[in-house]
Design a protein around this ligand. Structure first.
Ligand code: LMR
Length: 334
C-alpha cells in the first residue's frame, strides 16, 4: 500500500513538473472523451483545441481523442492522475469514487429542466462543487451540458410498473442503480462504448440517454421505444489534474481559463438546439419498419414516475448534503 502511495506521489510530481511538455517545450494537452464529435461535448472539445491553438500558438497544443479511442470514463480518471491525459469530461454520474456530492445530478426529477440545471451550476453552491474532488487530486474546471435523459426500451413504458423486470444499462452510479431498483427494473453498469452491442444482443433491454447520445450512437436503431421522460440530467464536469493545472505558467493558465469560460458558454448555449435537432432526426429516421416509436408521457403518467423515484433522494441526502439538494430545488423556481 505504501509503495503504491509512493509511486502515485512520484507520478503526480512528474506530471506536475511538465512531463507532458514536448521536446520543444510546447505544452501538450490530451483531451480524452467517450462520445461522438457531433455531440455537445465533442463540439466543445474541438472548439477548445481550436481556440487554444489560435491564442496560445507555439505554447500549447491540444490533442482530442473522442469515441473512447483512448480511455473509457473509469480509466480516464486514473490516466489524469498519471499524467497520460490532461483534460477529460466524464458525465457527472461517474465521480462517485471521488466525491459523493456530485451524486446530486443523478437524483431523478430533482431539476425541472436544463435551464434549472444551468442556474444551479452557475450559482454559489454549484460553483463550490467544482472543487469537491481536490483531496483526490482533481480539479473541476467547468460544467458542460448534454441534456435531459430519456428512457428507451424494447417494450412500451407508460407507467413505472411497465418497467418491472426490464434490464437497463446504467452509468457507474449508485443513485442510478437505486433509481431503477425503485421501479423493479434490473440495472446493469456498463461502459458507454459497450451500450450499442449490449442493446443489440439483448444483454440489456433498455437504457437512459440524452437525445444527442441516442442519435449519435444509433441507439434508436436497436430500441423499439423511446420514452420522453426528461427524468434526469446528463451533464459533464470538465476535469483536470490539480497539480498539472497548478504547474502551468500563470499567463498560460489564465488564458486557458478564459478559453474554457468562452467554450462553456458556447456548448451550453448550443446543447438544447442540438438535442431538439437530434430528437427530430430520430422521429424522421428510416421507414415505418425501422422507426423507433416515441412515447410522450402525459402529465399524470409523469407524476407516477416521479412519485416512485423521488423517495430515493432521502437515501443520498446525507452524502450529498441537505443544503446542496435545497439549492438545486431552489434553482427550479428562479
Ligand atoms: C454514458 O456513459 O452514458 C455517458 O456518460 C456518456 C457521455 O459521456 O455522454
Amino acid at each position: 500500500m505504501r509503495t503504491l502511495y509512493f509511486s502515485l506521489v512520484v507520478l503526480l510530481l512528474l506530471s506536475a513538473c511538465g512531463e507532458n511538455s514536448t521536446e520543444s517545450g510546447v505544452i501538450k494537452i490530451k483531451f480524452s472523451h467517450v462520445v461522438a464529435e457531433s455531440t455537445p461535448k465533442g463540439i466543445g472539445a474541438k472548439r477548445f483545441k481550436e481556440l487554444v491553438e489560435q491564442r496560445l500558438a507555439g505554447k500549447v497544443i491540444v490533442e482530442v481523442y473522442p469515441n473512447s479511442q483512448l480511455y473509457d470514463d473509469d480509466k480516464v480518471m486514473e490516466a489524469l492522475l498519471l499524467g497520460d491525459v490532461q483534460i477529460a469530461a466524464p458525465s457527472l454520474a461517474k465521480f462517485g469514487k471521488y466525491t459523493k456530492k456530485l451524486q446530486l445530478f443523478d437524483l431523478p426529477f430533482i431539476f425541472n429542466d436544463i435551464e434549472a440545471v444551468d442556474r444551479f451550476q452557475r450559482g454559489p453552491v454549484g460553483k463550490k462543487l467544482l472543487a469537491s474532488m481536490e483531496d483526490s487530486g482533481y480539479l473541476g474546471l467547468a460544467y458542460w451540458h448534454n441534456g435531459m435523459k430519456q428512457f428507451s426500451a424494447n417494450k412500451p413504458l407508460h407507467l413505472p410498473e411497465d418497467a418491472k423486470g426490464v434490464k437497463f444499462r446504467i452509468q457507474q452510479s449508485d443513485v442510478l442503480e437505486e433509481q431503477f431498483k425503485a421501479i423493479g427494473a434490473i440495472p446493469e453498469k456498463l461502459a458507454f462504448a459497450e451500450v450499442y452491442n449490449a442493446l443489440q444482443t439483448g444483454v440489456v433491454d433498455g437504457a437512459e440517454n440524452p437525445w444527442s447520445n441516442i442519435y449519435s450512437k444509433k441507439f434508436h436503431e436497436v430500441q423499439k421505444y423511446i420514452i420522453e421522460s426528461n427524468h434526469g440530467v446528463l451533464d459533464y464536469l470538465l476535469v483536470t489534474n490539480n497539480s498539472f493545472w497548478d504547474s502551468l505558467p500563470k499567463d498560460i493558465r489564465a488564458e486557458l481559463d478564459k478559453i474554457i469560460d468562452e467554450v462553456t458558454l458556447e456548448v451550453n448555449k448550443l446543447s438544447l438546439d442540438l438535442a431538439m435537432g437530434d430528437r427530430q432526426k430520430i422521429i424522421d429516421f428510416g421507414d415505418e419498419t425501422q422507426r423507433t416509436e416515441l412515447i410522450i408521457l402525459t402529465k399524470e403518467e409523469l407524476v407516477k414516475w416521479r412519485e416512485i423515484m423521488q423517495p430515493i433522494w432521502g437515501k443520498f441526502e446525507k452524502e450529498i448534503g441537505k443544503d446542496v439538494i435545497e439549492a438545486a430545488l431552489a434553482a427550479n423556481n428562479s
